[in-house]
Ligand binder design. Structure first.
Ligand code: 5GP
Ligand code: MG
Length: 181
């Protein structure tokens, strides 16, 4: 049973677990036995990152990135990216790990920053893809699930830092964020 704030469960824990095993197979087939430098995007990707890396046979380093958007007037400002701890990515095979792609702006910008950091290769894996919402050309190399344009929480995804701990991905009930009448 989901909790009352969840309108419906979209992907339950077992479905997610199975898909992550499949993603891990696709990823290791691509990298062979090479070391992967996984870059988890804070904060939403932390659950997916933890589960995915434990299914991957490759030796892996883990770092985190933070992406913040600034808005000036009506135009979305350039997304600012911080690599936590300023790691040296020279020559690394980088795998960007994201929870969800929506407009595609975060994925695009993060990819640029990681390539500019001197990495040998940059690929990306996203758990969820809202393809119909895309505003810029950005496509992950590995995708877990295509999802509808609804506000999702759970399995790392939040609303006001809540619901990240839920073991499933669910649709948040509108009553949680709608203005009271
Ligand atoms: P993009 O740059 O692709 O528009 O934004 C991706 C980011 O938007 C995600 O990393 C996530 O933080 C946020 N986002 C997009 N859709 C959802 C959603 O349904 N639920 C939550 N919790 N965050 C979302
Ligand atoms: Mg995010």
């Amino acid at each position: 049973m989901p909790e009352p704030d969840i309108e419906r469960v979209l992907l339950d824990a077992e479905v997610i677990r199975e898909r992550i095993r499949g993603l891990a197979r696709e990823i290791s087939a691509t990298y062979g036995e090479r070391e992967i430098t996984a870059v988890g995007v804070l904060t939403g990707a932390f659950v997916f990152l933890a589960d995915l890396l434990r299914e991957l046979p490759n030796p892996t380093r883990v770092i985190f990135a933070r992406a913040c958007s600034y808005r000036d007037g009506s135009r979305p400002g350039e997304l600012e990216v911080e690599l936590v701890g300023r790691p040296d990515l020279t020559g690394r095979d980088v795998l960007l790990v994201e929870d969800i792609v929506d407009t595609g702006r975060s994925l695009l910008r993060l990819g640029q920053v990681l390539r500019d950091a001197g990495s040998r290769s940059v690929r990306s894996v996203v758990l969820l893809d809202k393809r119909e919402r895309r505003e810029v050309e950005a496509r992950a190399d590995f995708t877990g699930f295509e999802v509808p344009d609804e506000f999702l929480v759970g399995y790392g995804l939040d609303y006001a830092d809540r619901y990240r701990h839920l073991p499933y991905v669910g649709v948040l009930a509108r009553s949680v964020y709608a203005e009271p009448a």
